[in-house]
Design a protein around this ligand. Structure first.
Ligand SMILES: C[S@@+](CC[C@H](N)C(=O)[O-])C[C@H]1O[C@@H](n2cnc3c(N)ncnc32)[C@H](O)[C@@H]1O
Length: 309
């Protein structure tokens, strides 16, 4: 049961965002989702949520549940869901102010905001959203749109430490899109939790999409620095086991990751981990963390536990 086209977009720039792969993903979604037989959707590594928004816009989903370990990210999603008007008002003021400043003053404004944001981060309420947490969510969107490359990275002390980006007139507020996202996710359950939380929430007729932090392509790549917890091979294997257990429960699953064969043709890490399932390779263009000027196409791994037609 196909619905409207994909006009609603992620409201954050997010490392590993799947925006440019959505067209390709469409042919890999389970048939039961397309025919309306699957009505429950789970996404344990939400991030920018490109796939969530894509799925909600296309298919008849009765219940969606999403998870992410990053409390700032989850606060922002919940604020968009529950307090979008207040959020838009703050962003409007922020955008007007920022655009009216000279380059030098913008720099001062950005770094002051960043400092304030890190200070407030220790005292705001992440669970029950109040005026201070709405302000914090607005600051997250502001920093995300004005920082270098849209990276949303925290250091080991849990501080946001990304320098200012070099955008001429960054669009800080897209009010129409924020409103549309807010309406679209009204009934989504948004959890600040480990990916493992999905296991006890599963019901029958479910589709689960896993987009874990990428396994780094080389030792120098710091692609996994989404929050101050790291996601190494131990966690990738733990996820592999979860995928096996969920398979036995009968849910349809799709999982993406970077292809280690991009840099080492001998590396069969995911082929081994998911040997009982279908492992596809699809061409992708990474937008973030590629060496300047060298944006060559690389493969993304896609695993499914169902037949793809
Ligand atoms: C590749 S990103 C997801 C990208 C997303 N699908 C998109 O399109 O933008 C991975 C996400 O997993 C989250 N994450 C990292 N470790 C996690 C864990 N142990 N449990 C749940 N989420 C985790 C990160 O905060 C990050 O947002």
């Amino acid at each position: 049961m196909q619905k409207v086209k994909n006009q609603i977009k992620p409201f954050l720039k997010w490392a590993g965002g799947k925006g440019q792969l959505l067209d390709k993903f469409n042919s890999y979604y389970p048939n039961d989702l397309k025919t309306g037989n699957i009505k429950n959707y789970f996404e344990p590594f939400l991030g920018g949520g490109a796939v969530l928004l894509n799925v909600l816009q296309q298919f008849d989903i009765k219940k969606a549940t999403v998870y992410d370990i990053n409390k700032n990210l989850i606060l922002t999603w919940r604020t968009v869901q529950q307090h979008v008007d207040a959020l838009i008002e703050i962003l409007e003021t922020l955008q007007k102010k920022y655009h009216s400043l000279s380059t030098e003053n913008r720099k001062e404004f950005y770094y002051k905001k960043r400092e304030q944001f890190n200070y407030n981060g220790h005292k705001i309420n992440y669970l029950n959203i109040d005026a201070d947490s709405i302000q914090h969510a607005a600051d997250i969107i502001f920093l995300n749109k004005t920082c270098f490359n849209g990276l949303f990275r925290f250091n080991s002390k849990g501080e946001f430490n990304v320098p200012m980006g070099r955008y001429k007139n960054p669009k800080i507020l897209d009010a129409e899109n924020l409103q549309l996202v807010s309406d679209l996710i009204k009934n989504v359950t948004i959890k600040n939790s480990e990916f493992t939380g999905v296991e006890s929430d599963l019901v029958s007729d479910s589709f689960v999409y896993f987009d874990p932090p990428y396994r780094p392509l080389s030792n120098t790549s710091s692609f996994t620095a989404y929050s101050n917890s790291s996601f190494g091979d131990v966690q990738q294997k733990e996820l592999g086991k979860l995928f096996n257990r969920i398979h036995l429960l009968g849910a349809k699953q799709m999982l993406s990751n970077s292809d280690p064969k991009n840099t080492n043709p001998e590396d069969t890490f995911f082929d081994d981990l998911y040997r009982d399932f279908n492992v596809f390779r699809i061409p992708a263009k990474r937008a973030i963390n590629s060496v300047g000027g060298k944006r060559k196409p690389i493969n993304e791994i896609l695993v499914t536990n169902y037949q793809v037609k």
